[in-house]
Design a protein around this ligand. Structure first.
Ligand code: PHE
Ligand code: NA
Length: 446
């Protein structure tokens, strides 16, 4: 195996920002507001917060803790930490599922990142001005039908991701998120500020925060659980890889609290920015996948200042997607770098080109290959389905079961700085509540 000095984050804050950048993504800006709206407003928010606290946080901390102990890529880390604790190195499979999931997810995530780039240009050049709903919907469908155009934007997005990751952990990932996250926060605040001027801010808030407990059922609980998993970037080797660059001085529970609060604040603010615009323009808040690429452009094309607000919105979406895509590439690059003689730049190029090529198959499933189906799904949907429904819960379950049942728990108690009472709570959550919660999601997907 090639010997590389293992990288480190340059500061605690750089690490926390990078982890927050990974967490804050399309899941916050598009999916969360839409799920809230469809699932009973504040009732859903409360269930979701409980899932984050009782299931998301233990798994997040477990992945960081394992990564920090292993100081390697997720596969070698799992093998190493298992060996150190007298267990089978077959636990490496947990890391392998995670890295494979990251590899597959990035291929189609980059395609959507490309859409955000394309729509930023369209919004800025006034392409939506004066168009009606049918025309905007038609424009989106037309865009998806042109493979060459999708390929161009997918390639640009992948190139941006590769450049940042090639620069390394502290000069690339850390500096990239340090630049993008504050911009993300400012843009989101500007958009919330704009939403306050639409005259429908109250209606948007009510939609988000008015509890309708009657809508709460098993399906909503499941959706909240699944989203808690996705929104914190769990089960894809990301947090394990990020943990491998950590020093002992970082307090994992405190870092988890910061990441989780920031992720939630971004999600809530996205809802507060989007829904007032939707209501002020008489549009449907539950439009689903079309909300960001059809409903909002419609609003941008009809409102004063829509050029600037629209361009800002898609810039926000692009940055959010980019800070997540670099985190998806990292575990793959870390693996190649450590298992081959290749250096950082070559490893990033090889991983990037391979994932880019798979992304072409994903983008062709919107047009030329739309009839190519496996298990009734096109390639894009199949990639999404296999990863989010199976690989992520499986890798997350493996990480939490390993940390809670296979590591010396007195060592864990000391590492997390827990007292007797809080350690009791940690044991309850990490050994029982979190694994059972993930099993529940996994089983219901079958
Ligand atoms: N956590 C990101 C979000 O909420 C999604 C994501 C998925 C990020 C996979 C990285 C990898 O949008
Ligand atoms: Na998120």
């Amino acid at each position: 195996m090639a010997k590389h000095a293992h990288s480190q984050w340059s500061s605690r804050m750089g690490f926390v920002l990078a982890a927050t950048g990974s967490a804050v993504g399309l899941g916050n800006i598009w999916k969360f507001p839409y799920m809230v709206g469809q699932s009973g407003g504040a009732a859903f928010v409360l269930v979701y917060l409980a899932c984050i606290a009782f299931i998301g946080v233990p798994i997040l901390v477990a992945e960081w803790m394992i990564g920090r102990r292993g100081q390697k890529n997720p596969i070698n880390t799992m093998a190493q930490v298992a060996r150190d604790n007298g267990h089978s190195t077959n636990w490496a499979v947990v890391g392998a599922i995670g890295v494979l999931a990251a590899f597959l997810i990035l291929s189609f995530y980059s395609v959507i990142g490309g859409w955000a780039l394309a729509y930023m240009r369209d919004a800025a050049t006034g392409a939506f001005i004066g168009l009606d709903k049918a025309a905007i919907g038609g424009a989106f469908e037309g865009f998806l039908a042109r493979p060459a155009e999708l390929l161009t934007w997918h390639s640009i997005f992948m190139l941006l991701t590769v450049v940042v990751v090639a620069l390394g952990v502290s000069a690339g990932l850390e500096r990239g998120t340090k630049l993008m996250m504050p911009a993300l926060g400012v843009i989101l605040l500007v958009l919330v500020g704009y939403a306050m001027t639409t005259g429908s801010f109250g209606q948007g808030l009510a939609y988000l925060f008015n509890p309708d407990w009657s809508k709460l059922d098993g399906k909503v609980l499941l959706a909240a659980l699944g989203h808690a998993f996705f929104t914190l970037s769990l089960g894809m080797g990301i947090m394990m890889a990020y943990g491998s660059y950590l020093g002992q001085e970082v307090n994992l529970l405190r870092a988890a609290r910061t990441v989780v609060i920031m992720d939630t604040v971004f999600a809530l603010c996205a809802g507060m920015a989007i829904f007032p615009i939707v209501f002020a323009n008489g549009l449907d808040p539950a439009a689903g996948p079309g909300l960001v690429f059809v409903t909002l452009p419609l609003a941008f094309g009809h409102m004063g200042g829509g050029l600037v607000i629209g361009a800002l919105f898609f810039l926000l979406l692009t940055f959010a997607a980019l800070t997540s895509s670099i985190s998806l590439l990292e575990p793959v690059v870390e693996l190649i770098e450590e298992r081959t003689p290749l250096g950082r730049v070559a490893a990033t190029l090889i991983a990037g080109i391979t994932i880019w090529a798979l992304g072409i198959a994903a983008l062709l499933s919107f047009n030329v290959w739309s009839d190519v189906k496996l298990l009734g799904m096109n390639i894009f949907d199949l990639l999404d389905y296999a990863t989010s429904k199976f690989m992520l819960p499986l890798a997350g379950l493996g990480a939490i079961v390993f940390a809670a049942w296979k590591l010396d728990q007195q060592g864990v108690k000391a590492e997390l700085g827990l007292g007797d009472a809080t350690f009791g709570l940690w044991t309850l959550l990490s050994r029982y509540v979190a694994p059972v919660g993930v099993l529940f999601v996994f089983w219901s997907n079958l």
